[in-house]
Design a protein around this ligand. Sequence first.
Ligand code: HEM
Length: 514
Amino acid sequence: MIRLGRIMRNNGSFTDFFDKSSETLGPICQIKLGPFAHMVVITDYLEIENLLLRRHQSLDRSSYTVNLFKGILPKALLTLKTDEIWRHHRKLLSTTMTPKFLRTVNPNITRSAEELVKLWQEKSKLANGRSFEAELDLESATMDAICGIALGENWNIISGYTSKLSHCTEYSSRDAVIEDGKRNEIRFRLEAPELAESVWYIFNTVPLQNPFPSLTHYFISLSPTYKKHIKRIENFLKQKIREARSKASRFSPNVAEDMANNTLDLVIAKELGNDHKISDEEIKQELFQYLLAGTETSSTTLAWWCKYMTNNPSVQRKLRDHLQDKIPDYKEQGLNYDNLSPSNVPYLEAVVHETLRIARTAGGYLRDTKEDVIILGHYIPKGTTLAFPTSTGYQDNDSSYSNENQQDNRDRRVGYWQSGTGHLFDPERWLDEEGQFNATAGPSLPFSLGQRRCFGKNLALLELRVFIAHLNLAFFFAPIPQNLNGFERFDKIISHPKDCFIRPVSWDSEEVNL
Ligand code: HEM
């Protein structure tokens, strides 16, 4: 309690607390969150794996997570307990994560990544060697991609920014969009379309670190501003669902399914041939969840990637050489689902997984115990909240490793990280002796495990591959001043870098070889 309070007061994050607890409090510890709330934190990798994969019947989605999000998502995967409705939603949506469907929707990601490259080329020109913030651009680019994937409609947020910048050649119009920041960085004043602003507004009303999230959200939802934004989103989603139903009704279920090139069309098509229906309200929530769960998670991971690239020039160079070597015709053929596969470009996959491992974008995940259980020899009563940090393997102390007294080491699914290296950014750790990507090289659980693991894992990995490959081939992330280069974090729904400044330059620049 004292430790958590102290870390939070010093502007630390929950993820910082998890790191500290795995380092100093051992594989299992209990923390008090307030006079009535406590939680049990488990940092032993093997025990987490065991609980999530083999003992999941004793656990369920935590009421804390449900209460946190149910104001904006009362009946979606994230907030449903593991019941028949959850199973039905998950089954209906599962086809959207298959390789076939991901190949179909991949052009949405490629297009957004290409637009982001154009925006950063424009910004770099205007910044004239100074740094600028990257996170909002990344959030906008992943929003463009996810809207295309989920709804078949791109809001063109990034191309809107670029077009505004490319028109500001006159000094007077430059002053309207460009200003000097307090730390000698360049700031751009750009506006996103109303719908995107509304989605971000609603996300920001999730009452984090609040002892009574449902009640707090209820009062927030009474404000006229909240009502204006939520109405705008609801009207838009209802209209899209009406259009999708009308389109699908003209075809047989099989034809509608074959034609579907976005999540909404696919869900409606699958439902046509299914006796168990899903209501418009439920579809609306699942789509909104795509915008919530699928954008900030990926964009924040990309923000951490930019920071790690800026500080690891040799990794940038190696990644670029690798991509050019393995996909020599990428300028003609483009980068796609197949040529960016882990077997074709293992070093890219290693960079993606190393970024996820060390970024710990989703700081942790929670479960409630459905019955009394024994964990690592401790009695845990029914109704206790368990917290599993994604930092497992980040702090490479004893508790991140197999503890032979606790678990039979022969069952171990993954390898070990070399002692003393867990906190280092080192993609090589994911490669085997032949240079192939090894997904089980060591402990890392950015998407969690088991039944309630991240639903969007395959899509998230694809997004990261496509964005990282495009950005790496287009830019060298040049060094930035030390006062902009901190690695402190803060938690919103997920764990963000406090600063994400970049200075992308072309690979022809003299700075590349300095
Ligand atoms: C880098 C990107 C991402 C990370 C690190 C991430 C991480 C996570 C984590 C840790 C969980 C909690 C799992 C648990 O409680 O065991 C989760 C749940 C979830 N994620 Fe992701 N996620 C990412 C991207 C996405 C994307 C692109 C989608 C797309 C739709 C998505 C949809 C979901 C959903 C629906 C759940 C709830 C699943 C359920 O309870 O059945 N996520 N994610």
